[in-house]
Design a protein around this ligand. Structure first.
Ligand code: ASP
Length: 295
């Protein structure tokens, strides 16, 4: 069969973090998610890969001060910024991740560069050294700070994409939790906790209280359920498991058939999604979205 005959419908979903969002910031979150979605959508419509679509969408979210990732990250208890990011390629099960980095302008792109390398996760100075060795973009930590005007900004951005060749990728990027202990790393750069992708099953990107997501290996649990049920049911099962330890979460999912699902226990969770033949939609709360497991 030719490659064209093998082509499938693409799909993409981005999120801006599971958290309470003040009403006056709803539009900024919708708009930011839609802008980031459009970047990844353009990659997929041009026949680009899911990995590139996820990297490009997450870069756009890292550039948007509305979100706590890259530019706009929050300070830890010492007043420093420490960023975590990861990307996973569901075709090869390769993972690239960085944690507790302070001067990488786009942590997701350094994580993407790691996909072809042996290490899965590099932290702190070692991750920044890797970035220097691979011509990453750097900035002063102060350049990432914005006045959050009372918005605590604790959240994570993420994206899952399915490309027209059936490849799935997932990514996350975060500034962590406001006031957290220096050196604290949450779920976002940990495969099986903050993200996972496997072409045979689907992909997931999470946001929420990292310690709870790690204790419940929530991405792994979601993927396990996704082997036998649709995204909506898999999300419900994952959120029920989270109840064992408490904490809030939000998840975005695409399965191997291109069905999109999302859910959250936080007050709000900004998402935008689109797929071949379906126009972009953006929401702040799952209750606003009439669709069940949209394909
Ligand atoms: N999951 C992130 C972390 O724990 C934060 C968040 O998504 O709100 O670092």
């Amino acid at each position: 069969m030719s490659e064209v005959a093998n082509r499938r419908a693409w799909a993409i979903i981005v999120h801006g973090g599971a958290k309470p969002i003040a009403p006056e910031l709803h539009q900024a979150h919708r708009d930011g998610c839609l802008r980031a979605l459009a970047v990844g959508q353009a990659v997929l419509e041009a026949g680009g890969s899911a990995v590139v679509a996820v990297e490009m969408s997450v870069r756009a979210l890292e550039d948007d001060a509305t979100f706590n990732a890259g530019y706009g990250a929050v300070r830890n208890a010492r007043g420093d910024i420490e960023l975590d990011a990861a990307i996973m390629d569901g075709a090869s099960l390769a993972v690239g991740a960085v944690a507790a980095v302070k001067t990488l302008r786009h942590p997701i792109s350094v994580a993407a560069t790691m996909l072809s390398q042996t290490p899965v996760l590099l932290v702190g100075d070692g991750a920044e050294m890797f970035g220097r060795e691979h011509d990453a973009e750097f900035c002063a930590p102060a350049d990432l700070l914005v006045d959050r005007r009372g918005d605590p900004g604790c959240d994570t951005v993420g994206c899952v994409a399915l490309d027209s060749l059936g490849n799935i990728a997932a990514g996350t990027s975060t500034g962590g939790l406001t006031g957290c202990h220096p050196g604290r790393v949450g779920d976002s750069p940990l495969p099986g906790c903050g993200l996972y992708a496997d072409n045979q099953v689907g992909g997931v990107s999470l946001s929420g209280e990292g310690e709870s997501l790690i204790r419940t290996t929530l991405a792994a649990r979601l993927m396990h359920s996704l082997e036998s049920v649709a995204p909506g049911a898999a999300i419900d099962a994952a959120l029920a498991r989270l109840g064992r330890v408490g904490g809030e979460a939000g998840l975005v999912v695409i399965d191997a058939d291109g069905r999109i699902g999302w859910g959250h226990t936080s007050a709000q969770f900004a998402v935008a999604y689109a797929s071949a033949g379906q126009p972009p939609h953006a929401f702040i709360n799952r209750d606003e979205d009439p669709q069940e497991d949209s394909a």
